[in-house]
Design a binder for this molecule. Sequence first.
Ligand code: FAD
Length: 367
Amino acid sequence: MKATYDAVIVGGGLLGSAIGFGLARRGLRCAILDEGDIAYRAARGNFGLVWVQSKGIGFPVYADWTMRSSELWPEFAEDLSERTGLSLHYARSGGVDICLSEEEFKERAAKMTTLTSHQNGKFRHEMLSRSDLAALLPGLGPDVVGGSFSPHDGHVNPLYLMRAMQQAFTRLGGEIIVDARVHEISRAGGDFVLGTKRQSVTAAKLVLAAGLGNKVLAPMVGLDQPVHPLKGQILVSERLDNFLKIPTTPVRQTGEGTVLIGNSHEDAGFDLRSTPGVMKTIADRARRTFPWLARARIVRCWSALRVMTPDGLPIYDRSETMPGAFAASCHSGVTLAAAHSLDFANYVAEGTLGNELTGLSARRFDV
Ligand SMILES: Cc1cc2nc3c(=O)[nH]c(=O)nc-3n(C[C@H](O)[C@H](O)[C@H](O)COP(=O)(O)OP(=O)(O)OC[C@H]3O[C@@H](n4cnc5c(N)ncnc54)[C@H](O)[C@@H]3O)c2cc1C
């Protein structure tokens, strides 16, 4: 079987779904090819923060791109909800990074100052003392020294987000082809030909958004996506009365009432096991932040693999040797979903990348 499209996106995770939706909205006839549920997929295991206050410290280009996405998020969420009738449980509520020692507080304050200097004061935050925080976050434990609050932050249900992007994509005529691991990419008459076990797909434009799969696929179109896995573990409580209106770094409450507690950063290769030692560390920090959480029952835990780059910044590239091919990898696919769908997809449609992304090319690793 052979099918032809204007654009084909490899990977149906958060990046592929956002970019696919953006391209379909521009009127391109698109297909998303996805390996399926056995693949590593960070999109199904993340924490759901739309987070600005820790992104791009020391890297203004990334700080700006994150801020851009956070500003686009309200319009993006509204558009998705209107198109699909689905609520994403999105709120640009502001968010708090909790500090459990004076040292953490000082370190945090210094980082916030750096971030403000990158953005000429555009980035807003407040370092809140324990008593200020207590008014915002009821039930704080005695170990909490304070925290940084930023109004740019927010959160969303990442699974509803995926569902809405994919539904909006298919309503615009896009096709999602599952169980379709791309193992080969070639050129024929200026088009890309993608081989999967059941069919071959042809398209004038190609976007590689296959998460950890990008590493193997990118060289097929003259690109480099040096990504590696970084494990994160998350605990989920039973549903509780609504107590937390704004998300914090160790704990956020979902619209349904469950509390997500996380999340770790472990270099463990492709090992996806949840481990008691790490779960204990995560739970301890949450319990020190909100002591009464110790009485809540944990009903679920999981681990998932982040799509990490060597310096932690996203990678966006356009192939010089195979015009029409693009690749994108990042570890903040929730936060950046709006920028991917509204800006990056436009760049793909127009065949060029915006100047603001120049510093985020994989060429930065060519030393
Ligand atoms: C524990 C944890 C917490 C996180 N918390 C947050 C957060 O709070 N906020 C935030 O912004 N981000 C967070 N993230 C990161 C976010 O989840 C990722 O940035 C995002 O999921 C990456 O999306 P992706 O589409 O690139 O990759 P994935 O979601 O991994 O999707 C890749 C897709 O590509 C497909 N694929 C792979 N190879 C092929 C192939 N050869 N052919 C066809 N398809 C292929 C797979 O089937 C998969 O569906 C977190 C991640 C983790 C692990």
